[in-house]
Design a protein around this ligand. Structure first.
Ligand SMILES: [Zn+2]
Length: 322
């Protein structure tokens, strides 16, 4: 720790995604004072990514010379063991299995370095700094390159016995349906991810279904075609919304959260369909939701991961103080 006198205590927060490394310097109230990002190239190895992160951290520290950085918190694509930051066969970080950045970063910066799964930390951030501050039971469902849930229950994050809890993308919503990358059949990821929407379009075009879309259409193209009235695209998006609604109804039934917040890139495409998503979820949900389902878009948006990393770093900093 760099000692200075009468200065503010800050933490460094980082977010390791499949394509982007982000870092920020954050104060005790969750305010992001500065941020920087670099592309992540996971195939070049965890050592390369760690060196990139160090360049981001050094830049942030140089920009705040009058401050003490008390801890580093890292949100990452997983699976990652939250106790020591060791990766467990992460599908979007190939070659990182069995490795951790903890020792290298601790040796360099001489502060506590703590880790968490990105969706879990996003849920934590919503209970600390979001519109549902103080919530003790909250789910954050991210829909982007994958689908995952961060779960807070009784104010604690739920990580499971092996750090693998929250794989909400692999809830089976269409038994016997298309396969996902992990090999299950008819799970939410196989249907509602951008790649699943594109695959369904390819299958329909090959089968001769009438549509304005080509075999190379992306999920964004399908959303646009639905907006333009293409009847195939409208049916496909309605099916995606329904599959998502089944998943949301399952999460409500099992966890009884105060709210489920939706984040990630696909949420923008869903915004015009929000009323139908709520209606479909209510139709699948238990009678206790007859008055409405507590489902909202995340207000923290893409900062949720970073702010969750800041939250665990602030906790580690307070433990480390004499
Ligand atoms: Zn699956």
């Amino acid at each position: 720790m760099v000692e200075t006198h009468g200065t503010a205590s800050l933490v460094i927060a980082a977010d390791i995604g499949g394509t982007l490394l982000r870092a920020a310097i954050v104060d005790a109230d969750g305010r992001i004072l500065a941020r920087h990002a670099l592309p992540n190239e996971p195939a070049r190895g965890i050592e390369h990514a760690q060196a990139q992160l160090i360049s981001l951290f050094d830049r942030l520290i140089e920009e705040h010379p009058a401050s003490v950085v008390e801890a580093i918190g890292i949100a990452s694509a997983g699976p990652i063991d939250p106790t020591d930051g060791t990766y467990r066969h992460p599908p979007n970080l190939p070659g990182w299995h069995g490795h951790s950045m903890r020792d290298g970063l601790r040796t360099r910066y001489r502060v506590p370095v703590v880790f968490g799964h990105d969706a879990t930390l996003a849920a934590l951030a919503e209970t600390r700094f979001g519109t549902h501050r103080g919530s003790e039971h909250l789910v954050y469902l991210t829909i982007g390159t994958g689908i995952g849930a961060g779960i807070v229950a009784h104010s604690a994050t739920v990580t499971g016995a092996h750090g693998g809890a929250g794989e909400a993308g692999h809830m089976i919503v269409r038994p016997g349906g298309p396969q996902c990358g992990a090999g299950c059949s008819g799970c939410l990821e196989a249907i509602a991810l951008g790649s699943g929407i594109a695959a369904a379009t390819r299958r329909a075009v090959a089968a001769g279904t009438a549509t304005s879309l080509g075999a190379d259409a992306t999920a964004l193209d399908v959303f646009a075609a639905a907006d333009a009235g293409d009847s195939f695209a409208l049916r496909l998006i309605a099916d995606v919304v329904d599959a998502l609604a089944i998943g949301l109804a399952n999460l409500l039934a099992v966890l009884d959260p105060e709210v489920i917040l939706l984040g990630g890139g696909v949420v923008d495409g869903l915004r015009p369909r929000w009323p139908s998503l709520l209606a479909a979820t209510k139709a699948h949900a238990l009678p206790r939701y007859a008055g409405g389902v507590p489902i909202e878009p995340s207000a923290l948006g893409s900062d949720a991961n970073l702010l969750g990393a800041a939250a665990i770093a602030l906790g580690a900093a307070s433990h480390a103080r004499p």
